[in-house]
Design a protein around this ligand. Structure first.
Ligand SMILES: C[S@@+](CC[C@H](N)C(=O)[O-])C[C@H]1O[C@@H](n2cnc3c(N)ncnc32)[C@H](O)[C@@H]1O
Length: 264
């Protein structure tokens, strides 16, 4: 039997950002507010402080309707371009950026990152939100399956590109995942960084009542994809999922990959 896979059209028709917030990032009920955010936010914090990854431009690829992945980055980069494939997600990102009262409330997660940075009083958290809003200079549509993922927009090359829980959505097999990594390479300066964090061996996830089928990638396939796409791997970390909620999604672990585009 063929493995089910959600097409781009399914994402366009069925991915509801408000259901996505509720399912994954709601402060009390969200399925990703525990282990995932703990893993991913600590990794970004370490990468952009002790790891010394910093520069002028960071591209955030496939943000969905989310901003949590940028809370450490905005202290290390002068400009951030964020992006997603879906218009409905871009609209939610714009809402948060213009401080619309209807925007999703990320304050609990902002506080968590401020705690990692050692300043979690209300004033520091407010300042971080303002800094992120100032640092994000563009919100663009992207498509991982295109050779130039921002076509027709001409992109400046970035010092660093990040992406969370994204590439397994559009890529139906490991070959397509490897090609998407090659496409992203064109967006990064020689010697620049790429940081991808996501889930391993996940065959389905729900967004509200809708079921989506991503690529269930293994650690071995992931490493191979980065090597074949021509990156130099700096660090890989994998952490098992302990609090399983298989009625929502079935990943067995989360991964962090930090790699570099070779200088020549
Ligand atoms: C599970 S969501 C992840 C959202 C967010 N990055 C997060 O960390 O919660 C999967 C994302 O993949 C995006 N996506 C689907 N097809 C895509 C494509 N062809 N190119 C880029 N992103 C795509 C969807 O729009 C959605 O935002």
């Amino acid at each position: 039997m063929e493995t089910p896979f959600s097409s781009s059209q399914t994402y366009i028709d069925e991915f509801d950002p408000l259901d996505y917030y509720k399912t994954y990032y709601h402060p009390e009920e969200g399925a990703l507010t525990g282990e995932w955010l703990d893993f991913t936010l600590r990794n970004f914090h370490e990468t952009f402080t002790l790891g010394g990854v910093k520069g002028d431009l960071l591209i955030d690829f496939g943000a969905g309707p989310a901003i949590y992945q940028l809370l450490s980055a905005c202290e290390a980069f002068n400009n951030i371009i964020t992006s997603d494939f879906l218009e409905q997600n871009l609209a939610q990102l714009q809402k948060w950026l213009r401080n619309d009262p209807d925007a999703f409330d990320w304050t609990r997660i902002v506080k968590y990152v401020c705690e990692l940075e050692g300043n979690s009083d209300n004033e520091s958290c407010k300042k971080k939100e303002e800094k992120l809003r100032r640092t994000v200079t563009k919100v663009l549509k992207c498509d991982a399956l295109k050779k130039n993922p921002y076509d027709p927009v001409e992109m400046p090359q970035a010092d660093c590109l990040i992406s969370c829980l994204c590439l397994e959505a559009p890529c139906k097999d490991v070959e397509s995942f490897t090609n998407a990594l090659r496409n992203l390479k064109g967006l990064i300066k020689p010697g620049g960084h790429i940081v991808i964090q996501s889930a391993l061996n996940c065959t389905y996830y729900y967004v509200g009542p809708k079921k989506f089928f991503p690529l269930a990638i293994s650690k071995e396939e992931l490493e191979m994809a980065f090597k074949e796409a021509g990156y130099e791997i700096v660090k890989i970390k994998v952490t098992p999922v302990l609090e399983k909620s298989t009625d929502i999604s079935n990943q067995d672990s989360y991964y962090f990959v930090h790699a570099r585009k070779p200088c020549s």
